[in-house]
Design a protein around this ligand. Structure first.
Ligand code: G3P
Ligand code: CA
Length: 392
C-alpha cells in the first residue's frame, strides 16, 4: 500500500550505515559536476510531475517533460490479461477512483504483497479494458486534488509512445525509467513482468546500454535475470522504513530487504548492499543504485533540554523534517562511484515539511547539496525545481 515513506509524511530519514562523515567528492578537473561520468546529473520526473498532477498519468508525464525532465519514471504492474500498466503498485485503491465504482465492488479483496496483507482493488484482478474505465486521483492529501477523476491509467506502451513523440517534437531525448514493481508478487500471480517488459522495450528499439532507458527494481533476483537478457542499464533500488532520532535509517518489513531475499531466507538487508563489498556485488548485475536519500545525508532530531522529546525547532507544534538537522554525508556516493556505480537517490519533494531545517523551506538548496555531493541523477516530483537548481 501507500507506505509512510512513500507518503513522505516527514517521518523519513537516515542510515544504519554508520554516520561516518566523508569529505565532499571533488569535481573532476574537466567537469562542473562530480558525477561518475562528469556529466550533468539527470532529472527524473518521478511518476511524472507528480507534485503537480495525479501520478502515473500521461498528463503528469507530459508536464514533467515540459518542465525539463530528462527521464520520466513509470512504475510498472500487470493487469489480469497480462498488459503492462503504470501504477505505483498492484493495489490501486489510493491512486484511482475504483472504490467509488459500484461495478467493481465485488473485486475488493485481500492479497499478500511482499508478505503484507493488503485489502483493496488490484490491477491483477482487472482486465485492461476494465482498468481503462477508472480515473486517477492524487494520493497525497496535501497536494492539488482538482484533477481527480480526469485522467486515465496509461499502459506502459502509451508512456513509451509519449517519450518517442515528445523526443521528436522537442528535439530532446526523453528517457524512460521503468520500475518493475513487486516482481515476486507478479510471478506468484502468473504475470511475470520481465520478459514482457523486455519485449515491449525491444519494439521501440531499446536494447542497448546507451538506449535512453534504465530499468530499476527493489528486488535482486529479477535484476540478475534482466542482466542475463539485456544490455540496458539496470538500477538496484535501496529502501528503508523510517529514520530514528539520531538520523539512522530504521528497517521493518517489507522495506528491510529485497523481498526475494525474504523468500530465499537470505538475511542480508538493504544497507548491506550499500557497504563497499555490497556495492561491488551490485556492480556484477547493475549499473547504478537508487537509494532512499536518507542513506546519503542523515538528519537528526534535537533534544536540547533532554526531556526525551524532539525539539520543535520551528515552533509550529508539529514534529517533521523541519525539526531535523542534517549531519555530514555518508560515504555512499563515494563508495558507489568507486565501485563504478552511478547514484540516483529518491525522492525529492518541494513541500517545506519534507525539507530538513538546514534548507529553510528552499527545495532548490536541497538539490544543490546533493548535486555538490556528486549524485548522478535525482528522482523528483517537481522537475522544474530540480532543473533550476542544476542549471542548464
Ligand atoms: O524508483 C525510485 C523511487 O520511485 C522508488 O520509490 O516507492 O516511489 O517507487 P517509489
Ligand atoms: Ca518508482
Amino acid at each position: 500500500m501507500y507506505s509512510l515513506r512513500i507518503l513522505g509524511a516527514g517521518l523519513a530519514v537516515a542510515g544504519i550505515l554508520g554516520l561516518a562523515a566523508c569529505a565532499a567528492v571533488s569535481p573532476a578537473p574537466s567537469s562542473r559536476y562530480p558525477t561518475l561520468d562528469g556529466k550533468a546529473p539527470l532529472v527524473i520526473g518521478h511518476r511524472g510531475a507528480s507534485g503537480y498532477l495525479p501520478e502515473h498519468t500521461i498528463e503528469a508525464y507530459k508536464r514533467a517533460i515540459e518542465l525539463g525532465a530528462d527521464f520520466i519514471e513509470p512504475d510498472v504492474v500487470a493487469t489480469k490479461d497480462s498488459e503492462l500498466v503504470v501504477r505505483h503498485e498492484p493495489n490501486i485503491t489510493a491512486t484511482t477512483d475504483v472504490s467509488t465504482r459500484p461495478e467493481f465492488a465485488s473485486r475488493k479483496t485481500t492479497r499478500m504483497v511482499d508478505g503484507i496483507a493488503e485489502t483493496g482493488w488490484f490491477t491483477t484482478d482487472m482486465t485492461l479494458a476494465e482498468l481503462k474505465t477508472l480515473r486517477a486521483k492524487q494520493p497525497m492529501a496535501e497536494r492539488d486534488q482538482s484533477h481527480n477523476g480526469r485522467y486515465a491509467v496509461p499502459t506502459l506502451r502509451e508512456v513509451l509512445d509519449l517519450a518517442r513523440s515528445e523526443s521528436a517534437r522537442t528535439g530532446r531525448t526523453i528517457g524512460v525509467y521503468p520500475e518493475t514493481k513487486h516482481p515476486t508478487y507478479h510471478v506468484n500471480a502468473g504475470l511475470m513482468l520481465e520478459d514482457r517488459l523486455l519485449r515491449l522495450l525491444a519494439e521501440y528499439g531499446y536494447t542497448a546500454k546507451n538506449s535512453p532507458v534504465i530499468v530499476q527494481s527493489f528486488e535482486v533476483g529479477n535484476l540478475k535475470y534482466l542482466r542475463s537478457k539485456t544490455q540496458l542499464r539496470l538500477v538496484q533500488l535501496i529502501d528503508g522504513d523510517g529514520v530514528d532520532a539520531q538520523g539512522r535509517v530504521t528497517l521493518a518489513a517489507p522495506s528491510d530487504r529485497p523481498y526475494d531475499f525474504t523468500v530465499a531466507k537470505d538475511s542480508r538487508s538493504f544497507p548491506d548492499l550499500l557497504t563497499p563489498a555490497g556495492l561491488r556485488e551490485v556492480k556484477t548485475y547493475a549499473d547504478g543504485i537508487g537509494p532512499w536519500k536518507a542513506y546519503l545525508v542523515p538528519a537528526r532530531q534535537i533534544d536540547a533540554n533532554n526531556d526525551g522529546k524532539p525539539d520543535d525547532l520551528n515552533g509550529d507544534g508539529v514534529i517533521d523534517e523541519r525539526d531535523r538537522v542534517q549531519l555530514p554525508p555518508t560515504s555512499v556516493v563515494r563508495d558507489a562511484h568507486a565501485a563504478g556505480l552511478f547514484v540516483h537517490p529518491f525522492t525529492f519533494r518541494n513541500e517545506a515539511k519534507r525539507l530538513a531545517s538546514d534548507f529553510r523551506g528552499d527545495a532548490a538548496a536541497e538539490y544543490r547539496k546533493y548535486f555538490e555531493m556528486g549524485v548522478d541523477g535525482v528522482f523528483s516530483d517537481f522537475p522544474d525545481t530540480a532543473v533550476a537548481a542544476r542549471g542548464r
